[in-house]
Design a binder for this molecule. Structure first.
Ligand code: PEP
Ligand code: MN
Length: 264
């Protein structure tokens, strides 16, 4: 990959905080829910609001997202709080709708990164965009698939690229929902040192109590940011309830991470 330096510049160009903090609900549920969470995050370190509107549920019969309607809520949240917005896109139609509705950052989910066909279709739909595109690792621990997705997007002249480490599935049950396998993102960084790397502790943990430690490890490893699922009433969330934390808890986590940094 050429011009590696340009990959990193977008963090500065957007005046984005370092570490970049992305926060918001797993899923956009209602307009009121999105706006409530956005306002609770407004004065925190989070500069980007996340919310999934097309939800890739592993099994059918669960809440599959509010769809395009949620794009209006994200836009309103941006207008009211000044936060940038991000959502998951999983096909070219999602890409077109997200671009039409001024979503600032698009992310490709773990179940999409596994498919070179669909990644290529998304790359073609995004060709030449100046939007920021973040690529989650594939669900399975396969570095080549992750690299391949990044290369397809870079070849489509998408220069503001980054990656999100959300952990890797395994058949055996461990204390994690998805095992971190920290060596895999480190290997990816060895290949592309200037690709911003963001941790998604929520999908690694699957629970609330280890979010802080995962964030701390990411900062110790010099990650460029974190994306944390955050909900005003986490227990009532329509998806991924067990792992979401309140904006208040996120603010506390950020304070504690800073204190640790200052004394180390
Ligand atoms: C999400 O971010 O809510 C999500 C579905 O993530 P992943 O693709 O990592 O499972
Ligand atoms: Mn989720």
């Amino acid at each position: 990959m050429e011009n590696k330096k340009e990959l990193r510049n977008w963090l500065d160009d957007f005046g984005l905080s370092h570490p970049l903090v992305i926060a918001g609900p797993c899923s956009a549920e209602t307009e009121e829910q999105v706006l409530t969470i956005a306002h609770q995050l407004k004065d925190s370190d989070a500069t980007v609001l996340r919310a999934g509107i097309w939800k890739p549920r592993t099994r059918p019969g669960n809440f599959e997202g509010v769809g395009a309607l949620g794009l209006k809520w994200l836009k309103k949240a941006k207008e009211e709080t000044g936060m940038l917005t991000t959502t998951e896109v999983a096909n070219p139609t999602h890409v077109d709708l997200a671009l039409e509705n001024d979503v600032d950052i698009l992310w490709i989910g773990a179940r999409t990164t596994v498919s070179p066909f669909i990644v290529q279709e998304i790359a073609d739909a995004l060709k030449g965009t100046d939007k920021i595109v973040l690529v989650k690792n594939p669900v399975n621990p396969d570095l080549s698939l992750w690299l391949g997705a990044v290369e397809r997007l870079h070849t489509a002249d998408i220069s503001k690229l980054g990656v999100i480490h959300r952990g890797f599935s395994a058949y055996e049950k461990t204390g994690y929902r998805n095992n971190p396998e920290w060596q895999i993102p480190i290997e990816l960084q060895n290949k592309f040192p200037d690709l911003p790397l963001i941790l998604d502790p929520s999908h690694i943990a699957g629970r609330r109590d280890i979010i802080f430690d995962l964030c701390q490890t990411a900062l110790d490893l010099n990650y460029d940011g974190i994306m944390v699922e955050t909900h005003h009433t986490p227990d009532k969330a329509w998806s991924d309830a067990a792992q979401q934390i309140t904006p208040e808890t996120l603010i506390k986590i950020m304070q504690d991470l800073k204190v640790r940094k200052e004394i180390s």
